[in-house]
Design a protein. Structure first.
Length: 344
């Protein structure tokens, strides 16, 4: 029986003495936790390889064991783990996988986390609060991760929490291609890009430039003592009679997005389309997002969306090709930034 290919080899020349060149092979392996096995498999297929065989166990006590079933000594290991629910279990699992890879003598360990956990806790909003996004970075680094790859971090400053390289990818090309293909000429002519809050204005502005559409901003107030609740105060920009494209990095319970959509419709918007990278979809998100104010929701599969949380107006786009290309660029010492023309 032919041996399955779990690695990608790349010849690399190393000078060992004047006039002499030694050739060695870099080996890439792709491993996956249990948080999103479908996505990991798609990434491996896009790279022309297979996931390295890995044993995962959760004991009756709740403790986790991970073991790589083939040698990964000297490999460039990419561990794919996203962080939908149960986030804490998947976080512990990836830490154990990193430790296992380090003790198995992997040459370099890159954690590919399409959705970065605890990303909203990136600063102290009030006294005596943690900065949990920094804590996660410390945990990954202490476990042995050499490099981190993630998509649409909630705040770009999270990159500064790591001592090593961070590959910050953007899902905008994936989402943008979909809208360029599906929006009718009439909708394009009346399109307005909307930032759901002041914190996303920079991202929404890049969308505005790419689509050649005007920008509107929703000013909202969030109660620091009540989670997942906001009040829309006013809309800056012209939305009456416009097709409004709300762009955000994530949708959790959907309450914020729906209130923004309702405010847009109340101010005369003809249609509201929501585009987001990470579909966390905590209950009751699926119910919220089926509100009559929301005409369509477009997300990526950076987090698995179970069947019971899917609905007719939801479109899920595959992000595996983006991750695979970034992994190949890192493995071949290429440029990740060039994937985005030097900008988001």
């Amino acid at each position: 029986m032919a041996r399955k290919k779990h690695t990608i080899d790349l010849d690399v020349e190393h000078g060992v003495a004047p006039g002499l060149v030694a050739k060695t092979k870099k080996r890439l392996v792709v491993a996956a936790g249990r948080s999103h096995e479908t996505l990991a498999t798609q990434v491996a297929q896009a790279l022309g390889t297979e996931l390295v065989p890995t044993e995962h166990r959760t004991f009756a006590s709740g403790e986790i064991l991970t073991r790589f079933e083939v040698s990964i000594r000297g490999c460039d290991a990419f561990i794919i783990q996203t962080f939908g629910p149960p986030v804490n279990e998947w976080l512990m699992e990836v830490l154990i996988m990193i430790d296992a890879a380090k003790r198995a003598s992997a040459k370099r360990i890159t954690v590919v986390a399409p959705y970065y956990p605890y990303s909203r806790q990136d600063k102290k909003g009030r006294g005596r609060e943690p900065i949990s996004a920094r804590l996660v970075a410390d945990l990954l680094g202490t476990a042995g991760a050499d490099r981190i790859m993630s998509v649409d971090l909630h705040a770009a400053q999270i990159q500064g929490f790591f001592d090593g390289p961070v590959d910050h990818l953007f899902a905008k090309p994936v989402l943008l291609e979909y809208f360029e293909r599906t929006l009718s000429p009439e909708d394009r002519a009346h399109l307005t890009v909307v930032s759901p809050d002041t914190g996303r204005v920079r991202v929404a502005d890049t969308w505005s430039d790419s689509l050649g559409a005007p920008l509107a901003i929703i000013h909202k107030r969030r109660d620091p003592n009540v989670a997942n609740q906001v009040t829309v105060n006013e809309i800056v920009g012209q939305v009456e009679g416009r097709v409004c494209l709300l762009v955000d990095d994530m949708i959790d319970t959907g309450g914020t997005i729906v209130k923004a959509a309702q405010a847009l419709k109340a101010n005369g918007a003809s249609k509201v389309i929501v585009a987001a990278t990470h579909a966390i979809f905590s209950d009751p998100a699926a119910e919220h997002l089926q509100d009559e104010a929301v005409d369509e929701v477009v997300v990526t599969d950076s987090i698995p969306v179970p069947l019971e949380k899917r609905f007719d107006t939801l479109t899920i786009l595959e992000i595996a090709p983006l991750l695979a290309r970034a992994i190949r660029e890192v493995f071949e010492d290429g440029s990740v930034t060039s994937m985005f023309d030097g900008a988001a």
